[in-house]
Ligand binder design. Structure first.
Ligand code: MD3
Ligand code: FE
Length: 211
């Protein structure tokens, strides 16, 4: 573990992946207020995978592009398929969090154009996958966790490689780039828990440069 510019703890998860423990904590109030505004305009919904499964994680997006899945496949789209409106703008507190976390991890020019917001309740999970719907894999992904804890699975570049488990809790931010960018990852089913601000929920903000 090393002390870095934000004066918190950085844990390496191998080359290109760094956990910034508690990085989002100073901004938790602003982030949660902004999240509420986004969700009013673009409510959380359970999307359907191309295979026809309803995702246990509820999702929404903000920023110029949003990640969507339906029977036809996965893609980034400028419009919310539920309302046909553009996704809500990226709140300034979100953008600042993403760019400052990326810079702390060594990615000084990261400007996300998409923020996928995942909402988990106990039992919800995300199966092992790669994020490869973005154009430029030289750009990192920044993820911020809020609410109840989750066990994150971090694998290799092939699905069959063994995975490591990392606990992510309220305020933790992870930056994934370079050789880690295409590693398989997922989230184990969440355990029953309660957070003082979020109740029985986990929110994960994932910032991407999609276009
Ligand atoms: C590792 N979300 O939305 S973010 C996703 O906690 C997603 O909701 C998880 O995976 C969540 O696609 C984890 C962490 C994450 C995001 C991108 C990665 C980890 C990554 C890209 C490469 C390697
Ligand atoms: Fe992912």
């Amino acid at each position: 573990m090393t002390r870095n510019l934000f004066e918190g703890w950085t844990e390496s998860l191998g080359e290109g992946a760094a956990v910034l423990r508690g990085f989002a904590l100073p901004e938790e109030t602003a982030l949660l207020a902004a999240l509420g505004e986004v969700a009013k305009l673009a409510p959380f919904r359970h999307m359907t995978t191309p295979g026809g499964y309803r995702m246990s994680v509820a999702m929404t997006n903000c920023g110029p592009l949003g990640w969507v899945t339906d029977q036809t496949g996965y893609r980034y789209d400028a419009a919310d398929p539920e309302t046909h409106n553009p996704w809500p703008p990226m709140p300034p507190a979100f953008l600042l969090l993403a760019t400052s976390a990326a810079a702390s991890a060594g990615f000084s020019n990261f400007v996300p154009d998409a923020c996928l917001i995942n909402r988990y309740e106990p039992g919800a999970k995300l199966s092992l996958h790669q994020d490869k719907d973005e154009r430029d894999f030289s750009q990192p992904i920044v993820s911020a966790s809020l609410g109840i804890p989750a066990v994150f699975l971090f694998g290799g570049l092939k699905r069959a490689e063994k995975t490591m488990r990392v606990s992510l809790t309220h305020g933790d931010v992870v930056v994934w780039g370079g050789p880690a960018r295409l590693r398989y990852h997922g989230v184990l089913p969440l355990k029953e828990a309660e957070h003082p601000l979020l109740g029985r929920k986990r929110i994960n903000l994932t910032f991407r440069k999609a276009a």
